[in-house]
Design a binder for this molecule. Structure first.
Ligand SMILES: Cc1ncc(COP(=O)(O)O)c(C=O)c1O
Length: 356
């Protein structure tokens, strides 16, 4: 008899985000814009109507209206459920689909590291199907596994982290047209690609779209994400959330961000332009192979010298992420787009490494 679930005991220690803490944090796909400093006055103004001693606040319905408007494509408040970041929404989806000990989710690989963290937390197994070389995927094989007895959920990350690429529209459509299992489309980086499937929510009763305020809205530390799906799915997903899941203060802050959304969307456009020049500069460096990206990061490899490059950057106050664990990304590193100055400094340091 153990104190905790036996599968947890078997699972080993909790996930540890082992990134170096450096002056130039270019490792977690964060934004360089601090949203608090940008909208603090408006936020404090909006907080005047909030009473933190109360469970309920009118802010919730105001936020819902603004989010409905932001998501667009004819969705209503009944299509939405929010929580503490996209991670929390993934966790909710995993909890809500888990049927028994044999149930599992299916993801392509390499993809977001924490699909396995949260599926494990929810007691849901997870299986990975490798991308083909060039990061295409075998949609027929994917659907075959998805439609197998114990598979409860298909996960597709679009654009995909950590490769940065977009999945083909035809293949996503093939999956949706050929399964009745829930398909979770992770659109955490959609604002950088401009590609979304929200307009297809009405067509597919099994489509769950997960989004985040951590990337384009610059609010990784705030913790806010949401799911868009058909109303009957939202009702079921709501059942696995705690009742007062998202703090009223966070809701007020998100409401204020949405009232000032142009500012954040402009910043996103700037980040896309900066990423483009970063990628172009990286392509010009001999010894580096960089992958095109539809996100706010660039994945690249320096071959056998990647580990030394990682150390060199770390010693020069730049933190990036090692994403080389999967065979398709052997020796790969990932750099998040920074400010103009940070990107320049990064390029200078990479050039200095190769020149030494
Ligand atoms: C693909 C993907 N999904 C989900 C998340 C989690 O985002 P959040 O900060 O909203 O929990 C991340 C974070 O990096 C991500 O890359």
């Amino acid at each position: 008899m153990t104190l905790f679930r036996t599968d947890l005991l078997k699972a080993g220690p909790p996930a540890d985000i082992s990134v170096p803490r450096k002056k130039n944090m270019m490792c977690l796909n964060e934004s360089v814009l601090d949203p608090y400093q940008t909208i603090d006055e408006a936020f404090h103004q909006n907080m005047q109507q909030v009473h933190l001693n109360r469970y309920f606040s009118g802010v919730t319905s105001e936020l819902k209206k603004l989010l409905v408007d932001y998501v667009g494509h004819g969705i209503t408040g009944e299509n939405l459920l929010w929580g503490n970041g996209a991670d929390d929404m993934l966790f909710a989806a995993f909890l809500a689909v888990r049927e028994n000990n044999d149930a599992f989710a299916l993801s392509l690989a390499p993809s977001y590291f924490d699909y396995s963290t949260y599926s494990q937390a929810a007691g849901l197994g997870i299986r990975f199907m490798d991308f083909l070389p060039g990061f295409d995927f075998d949609e027929k094989e994917y659907v075959k596994v998805l439609n197998s007895d114990n598979c409860r959920l298909g996960i597709l990350c679009n654009p995909n982290n950590p490769t940065g690429h977009l999945l083909s529209d035809e293949k996503i459509l093939y999956v949706l047209n050929n399964t009745r299992k829930p398909v979770l489309l992770d659109e955490t980086y959609f604002e950088f690609s401009g590609i979304t499937w929200v307009d297809r929510i009405k067509d597919f009763s099994n489509l769950l779209i997960v989004r985040s305020f951590s990337k384009s809205f610059s609010a990784a530390g705030l913790r806010f994400g949401y799911i868009v799906s058909q109303p009957q799915n939202i009702v079921e997903l709501r059942k696995v959330q705690t009742i007062f899941n998202t703090s009223i203060m966070v809701q007020t802050f998100v409401m204020t961000m949405l009232m000032n959304k142009d500012l954040f969307l402009r910043h996103t456009r700037e980040a896309v332009a900066l990423k483009k020049s970063l990628y172009e500069e990286m392509q010009g460096i001999e010894g580096l192979k960089s992958y095109p990206s539809h996100t706010n990061f660039v994945t690249f490899s320096a071959g056998e010298r990647s580990a030394a490059l990682f150390e060199h950057l770390k010693n020069n106050d730049i933190a990036i992420r090692d994403v080389g664990a999967h065979r398709l990304l052997k020796n790969c590193l990932r750099v998040s787009v920074g400010s103009l100055e940070q990107n320049r400094y990064f390029i200078d340091q990479v050039k200095a490494f190769f020149a030494a």
